[in-house]
Design a protein around this ligand. Structure first.
Ligand code: UD1
Ligand code: UDP
Length: 366
């Protein structure tokens, strides 16, 4: 009898990072792989499932416009519990630090079902940065029985929290598996841009950046574009209404700033490949861009991904307008400074993380 493994996915980055795991598990007759979409995101999640040819078996469709964290958590916990009762999985896997992951871990705990945490052990040590993700991943980590850490330092964070060593595996991050599968196909960007200009790619969505920090980020973008005739900005705008409002109010209508809907993964990878410089508060982009040799200025106070910062290929710049403009301008003007950060290192994985995870699951359940 194949064992049921339930893979739960809520948002765009979870789908990108779970896709290689789902595909790898599906190759084994020992497993009956069931995909649960909570659909904490809707359009952005469906884009990624289509890209990786994954069809969810169960779809909770929980997204509501501008959903509050409390109502999202309550709906998720109830609905996930019902799925666990129906599916009776031998193991549940989920990735990262979203509300989906925290509630999946909690629902599994209440039903005594083993939970495996993919991308385990990331920490900033600050519950408010990122908010609420730091709390979500601490809860998921406390409740998981299998921990798949992307790096040695993530594993060490778990050891400091007294998680038993023999429940942790350092696998690399599955985002690099996903990235490789797309980047190697020379994807097309599908957005009309001026080939004579250097591209600055921007993404922003963190809750702690809503309001003044995001306004300061927009001011920095305006100043950079005004000071440099030879650059253009591409900013796929996250659908969260807080982000849409600010970004469109500040940046709409500038001839060298292209605002667009979130890009499908394939054109977004093409945009990263085409970029000269990336400004982002995203977690996944901090992992992907170094592997593509693209410098990232991280628009945050803290990062749970210190490896690329330590390697010198990602800079933690924060959200003050002058800091962003100062560092970006230096990388636009100084070819040596640029070369030093555009080196192409991949501290987060080698593209084989999913198989390492599946090997552990096989050994445990096979
Ligand atoms: C969520 C995660 C965050 C993750 C991010 C990735 C939580 C609390 N936050 O943040 O950790 O980094 O996803 O992008 O789990 N919306 C749409 N369509 C979509 C997606 C979102 O319209 O496809 C809008 C809706 O109005 C929704 C809002 O964006 O209510 C916010 O979505 P939500 O999942 O609450 O939080 P994110 O800010 O996307
Ligand atoms: N991404 C995408 N289209 C976009 C912006 C981002 O496909 O328009 C991808 C990106 O390559 C990365 C992931 O989405 O793999 C990051 O998602 P997000 O920034 O929303 O979440 P985080 O990683 O911060 O949790």
């Amino acid at each position: 009898m194949p064992k049921t493994i339930l893979c739960a996915v809520g948002t765009r980055p979870e789908a990108i990072k779970m896709a290689p795991v789902i595909r790898a598990l599906q190759a084994y007759a020992e497993f009956d792989v069931r995909v649960l979409a909570t659909a904490q995101h809707r359009g952005m999640l469906d884009q990624i499932f289509a890209c990786f040819d994954i069809r969810p078996d169960i779809d909770l469709d929980v997204m509501r416009p501008n959903q509050s964290l409390a109502s999202l958590t309550a709906r998720l916990l109830n609905d996930i519990d019902a799925v666990l009762v129906n599916e009776k999985p031998a193991l549940v896997l989920a990735q990262g630090d979203t509300t989906t992951v925290m509630t999946v871990a909690l629902a599994c705990f209440y039903r005594h079902i083993p939970f495996g945490h993919v991308e385990a052990g990331l920490r900033t040590g600050d519950l408010n940065n990122p908010f609420p993700e730091e709390m979500n991943r601490i809860v998921a980590g406390r409740l998981a029985s299998l921990h798949f850490s992307p790096t040695v330092s993530a594993r060490d964070n778990l050891l400091r929290e007294h998680i038993p060593q023999d429940t942790i595996w350092v696998t690399g991050n599955t985002v690099i598996d996903a990235l490789r599968s797309v980047a190697d196909t020379r994807p097309a960007l599908a957005v009309a841009l001026d080939d004579t200009k250097r591209l600055i790619l921007v993404t922003a969505h963190r809750r702690e950046n809503f309001g003044a920090p995001l306004e300061n980020i927009c001011r920095a973008i305006l100043q950079l574009v005004d000071d440099n005739d030879d650059i253009q900005v591409l900013f796929p705008v996250h659908p969260n209404p807080h982000v849409q409002q600010t970004v469109r109010a500040f940046l709409q209508g500038h001839s060298r700033i292209v605002l667009c809907e979130p890009l499908d993964y394939i054109p977004f990878v093409a945009a990263m490949q085409r970029a000269y410089l990336i400004l982002s508060d995203s977690g996944g982009v901090q992992e992907e861009a170094p592997a593509l040799g693209k410098p990232v200025l991280v628009l945050r106070k803290e990062t749970e991904r210190p490896e690329a910062v330590d390697a010198g290929v990602v800079k933690l710049v924060g959200t003050a307008t002058a800091d962003i403009v100062g560092l970006a301008q230096r990388l636009l003007d100084d070819a040596d400074a640029y070369r030093a950060v555009a080196r192409g290192v991949s501290p987060y994985g080698d593209g084989a993380a999913a198989q390492r995870i599946v090997d552990v699951v096989l050994a445990r359940l096979g």
